[in-house]
Design a protein around this ligand. Structure first.
Ligand code: ADP
Length: 472
């Protein structure tokens, strides 16, 4: 079975969040199941593309509106990722340093999708199924079926995976002219509320759609940033498959990015060593319990609550603890955190920015990981936390609700609080702190956490089952 994953992020080439982690791992695990899985993504001017070898395997050109675009397809030469990786390079469109936030984002992703289809046609490639990930490639299911240029691929099955339904790729109808020619009377399939909506188009035109947890699938029927009625009306082709984690890379036993490796038997000593190393560097008192936050500073993540949560914990409640924040994003959130940092300099350390190896060190060092999310389609941070024997303190939503069982439930191993509210989060952290301060209970909880299996094996099999169903 030949499957192409289409995405604009893939670890380690270009990562902004969980989408990249999934693309960097799922195809590798699928290949172990016998699927001929590969990844096609845009070329970026980044470390990975500069430092690795690529073979130029195809090139061509097409019109995007009145602009003639030239593309080149580059294949990673040494198959070092565990799956074939193809990068599409288009001078002026797909040759940038960053993944997102360019003013011509719509043109950028349109050019990627068109170039991909153009290459399929020129090289007569015939995948059995194309797994499109998120709105950036959401027009592909429509174009396969209704673009004159690509009629020969109308039979190719498509699975559209929703990693985040909040972002839908909206564009004005004046962009319609940039699409490859299509049956114009099908325009309604592209439209939602007067705009071209690639996520809506994908849900309407794909053979099936999946979400990255079962809980999130149900939530989309009620709240999907305006698309809830669409998700509901298409629910007969909706599936929830929880993300896994790449245990070759996220594993305290072999992780080369942490100070001290450890396993189930050495977790206490190992975590303490990592904590001491982190605290030494950031001038924190390693004898106190450590709580951390890692992620984007966005309202989705409840990040604007962080400063207030910390202020309550360290000020009002006078909790004896230290806090580490690793993240970037909204400037107002950043300045609120800066203020709280200045108020409690001995108890807080903050790293503003993206730092992959520091993230590993924090998962390994920290006792608790806070996730006060408003929306969390799956969430990978809590899975990494569990793998590293860290107590996740999460708001019970989406994938967090599916993957974390509260310690008050039988077999529980984390803290789940009900709402993305300061009081709820503070209470959750205090409950976690109680566990951290009780040596025996902490050991028992860590033991339960590290025995859990959130590796990709099970979920890769579920994708295979779904692909098989679609192909039959
Ligand atoms: P998202 O909604 O951002 O995709 P996920 O929980 O699915 O959230 O995935 C987040 C991924 O990004 C994890 O691998 C996490 O460790 C990583 N991450 C987020 N922010 C940072 C950062 N500032 N530095 C390093 N890694 C980060």
């Amino acid at each position: 079975m030949k499957v192409i994953h289409l995405s604009v992020e893939c670890f380690p080439i270009a990562k902004v969040g969980g989408l990249a982690d999934v693309l960097g791992a799922l195809p590798k695990y699928q290949r172990k199941l016998g699927i001929d899985a590969s990844v096609v993504m845009p070329w970026y001017d980044r470390k990975f593309t500069q430092e690795n070898e690529f073979d130029s395997i195809a090139s061509g050109s097409f019109y995007q509106g009145s602009e003639l675009l030239q593309y080149e397809v580059l294949k990673e030469a040494n198959d070092q990722l565990g799956f074939p990786l193809y990068l599409i390079r288009i001078p002026g469109k797909l040759d940038r340093e960053e993944v997102y936030c360019y003013p011509d984002e719509a043109d950028q992703w349109l050019s990627f999708q068109h170039a991909f289809l153009h290459w399929l046609k020129a090289d007569q490639l015939t995948p059995d199924l194309i797994n499109c990930h998120d709105h950036h490639v959401g027009l592909v299911p429509f174009l396969l079926k209704y673009s004159h240029e690509f009629q020969q691929f109308a039979h190719v099955k498509t699975l559209f995976t929703v990693h985040n339904g909040q972002y839908q790729g909206w564009m004005n109808w004046n962009k319609g002219i940039l699409l490859p020619g299509f049956d114009t009377w099908r325009w309604g399939l592209l439209d939602w509320d007067g705009l071209i909506n690639p996520m809506a188009a994908a849900v309407k035109c794909c053979d099936a759609f999946s979400t990255v947890s079962e809980g999130y699938l149900k939530e989309l029927y009620v709240d999907a940033n305006g698309l809830q009625s669409l998700f509901e009306s298409e629910s007969q082709k909706g599936y929830g498959i929880v993300n896994g984690i790449d245990t070759d890379y996220w594993n305290p036993q072999v992780d080369t990015l942490i100070d001290a490796n450890y396993d189930l038997n050495t977790v206490s000593k190992g975590k303490l060593k990592n904590k001491k190393a982190l605290c030494k560097k950031y001038k924190l008192d390693a004898s106190l319990p450590l709580m951390s936050f890692i992620g984007r500073f966005a309202t989705e993540k409840g990040a604007e609550l962080l400063a207030e949560i910390i202020d309550q914990l360290l000020g009002k409640v006078k909790a004896k603890m230290i806090i580490f924040i690793l993240g970037s994003g909204d400037q107002n959130i950043q300045s609120d955190l800066q203020q709280v940092l200045e108020k409690y300099p001995k108890q807080i350390a903050v790293y503003f920015g993206y730092n992959e190896s520091l993230a590993h060190q924090v998962y390994a060092a920290t006792d608790m990981l806070l996730m006060p999310s408003r929306v969390e389609p799956c969430g990978l941070n809590q899975l990494y936390a569990l793998q590293y024997g860290t107590i996740p303190v999460v708001r019970g939503i989406g994938g967090l609700k599916d993957t974390v069982i509260d310690v008050q439930e039988p077999g529980g191993y984390g803290i789940v609080f009900p709402e993305a509210r300061v009081e709820d989060a503070v209470e959750g952290v205090m409950r976690a702190l109680e566990i951290v301060n009780q040596g025996d209970l902490l050991l028992e909880i860590r033991d339960r956490e590290m025995k859990l299996d959130f590796s990709w094996h099970k979920s890769a099999q579920k994708y295979l089952d779904l692909y098989t169903k679609l192909l039959n």
